[in-house]
Design a protein around this ligand. Structure first.
Ligand code: SF4
Length: 425
């Protein structure tokens, strides 16, 4: 009987996890014969993503397996015929996004990220009145009051561990000295309980009432009297207590997640946070912090900005970059039939599917992608930070972290595939 060959496990330390935008860079990963196991610093999200077995699948044209070269040639045919393609999804790393921009420029395409709605909620605020924001490191080293508004950070499982309940900080700020407040619709507050058991303050209100609550806090801080007993079901006395706490903080932070503020004109609510922060900096240090940018969204936005001069959403159809945050949304241009080919990219997650459109559709997706339609072309792609090296920007946009390769993969990166397409067009 043949014995299976012994495979020696290799261990990679200081691995950056690409599966949410806080990019924890302390994972220790074991690779035994291609099977990955996180030995240290796992979270449920990272465990599922790293430890899933890699599916074996080939490139396909209309659901039929084909050699990779045929699939690439078919993409070139589609793009040559297209007058106005759309590159969407954009779940890739910095290198992949650089190639997207190169190809978009060459083909006159529109570019939008799968989390574009969340991205533009922030961009509109930054463009309109500006903001003062901080970094994960600053929160860890200095923040003594952290107010989560409309989010409990559950989509970023190690955020509290990495930035708030951290034992070491530059100025010896102890976890017990930090106060946590949640404002929002029944947040899950477990992560906000301090290591010594102190519970956070919770101000429950509906997501679409958060703007009212923040404006009222702002008014109270200016000394205005509010001629009502309650705002959004919260007693004025409760808001006054929080206003006093904010004034007394040495370094306060308002944390929001634009994706979770899924309400009409969420940018105005975010602007409320940012204007309140600016007002508070007259008396103390205060800053905003946006938890966003999963699936490479922060990287896509930054690469788009430095290569075109604008953040997402941009069209190259007029021969120069044309920015229009609402008009060039993927949903809008598909609905109005303004595009005649779609290239969808998702190299981190199979959970957000390509939209089904009645135009030639190319999907560059993870091998486990399950589509409810047969696209014109499907090519399984490698995942940055697992199957190949690369770079991603963290949610605070101040650092780009190097991604490691922790296993061999037979799939090519988005960067490599699009480079071949660019060369053949
Ligand atoms: S919190 Fe996010 S970046 Fe950190 S290990 Fe979990 S999924 Fe990865």
């Amino acid at each position: 009987m043949n014995k299976a060959p012994n495979t020696v496990a290799s261990i990679t330390k200081e691995v950056t996890c690409p599966f949410c935008s806080i990019l924890c860079d302390d994972l220790v990963i074991q690779n035994q014969g291609g099977t990955l196991k996180i030995l240290k610093n796992a979270c449920p999200k990272a465990t599922v993503a790293f430890e899933a077995e890699q599916a074996v699948i080939s490139a396909k044209i209309k659901g039929q397996p084909v050699p990779l070269v045929d699939a690439i040639n078919r993409i070139c045919e589609i793009l040559k015929k297209s007058h106005n393609p759309l590159f969407a999804g954009l779940g890739t790393d910095v290198g992949g996004m650089r190639q997207v921009m190169h190809l978009a420029d060459k083909t006159g395409a529109i570019v939008d990220h799968m989390h574009g709605d969340a991205l533009i909620r922030n961009s509109l605020v930054l463009q309109d009145l500006g903001w003062i924001t901080t970094t994960m490191t600053e929160i860890r080293n200095r923040a003594d009051l952290i107010i989560f508004v409309g989010t409990d950070a559950a989509n970023f499982p190690r955020f509290f561990e990495r930035t708030i309940w951290h034992k070491k900080s530059m100025f010896n700020l102890k976890p017990a000295q930090r106060q946590i407040v949640y404002i929002g619709d029944k947040p899950d507050c477990k992560a906000g309980i301090s290591p010594n058991g102190r519970h956070p303050t919770v101000l429950n209100c509906k997501t679409d009432q958060i703007g009212e609550v923040i404006s009222s806090l702002h008014a109270l801080l200016t000394g205005a009297a509010l001629d009502v007993k309650e705002i959004a079901g919260l007693k004025i006395k409760t808001l006054q207590t929080l206003a006093t706490q904010m004034r007394a903080a040495k370094y306060g932070v308002i944390v929001w997640s634009p994706a979770e503020l899924d309400i009409p004109h969420a940018e105005l609510t975010i602007q409320n946070f940012c204007e309140l922060v600016k007002y508070l900096t007259r008396f103390t240090r205060f800053a905003g912090f946006s938890l966003a940018g999963n699936d490479g969204a922060t990287s896509a936005n930054n690469v788009c900005a430095w290569q075109s001069g604008y953040p997402l959403r941009v069209s190259f159809n007029k021969g120069y970059p044309d920015y229009a945050a609402q008009r060039y949304s993927m949903r809008n241009v598909l609905k109005k039939k303004e595009v005649d080919a779609l290239v969808w990219i998702s190299s981190f997650s199979a959970n957000i599917n390509a939209p089904r459109a009645s135009i030639p559709t190319v999907v560059l997706g993870t091998p486990d992608t399950k589509l409810n339609f047969n696209p014109s072309v499907f090519i399984p792609v490698a995942t940055p930070g697992v199957d190949h090296t690369g770079q991603l920007f963290r949610t605070d946009s101040v650092v780009s972290l190097p991604l490691k390769k922790v296993r061999q993969s037979k799939y090519e990166s988005v960067h490599s595939l699009l480079k071949q397409v660019v060369a053949r067009l």
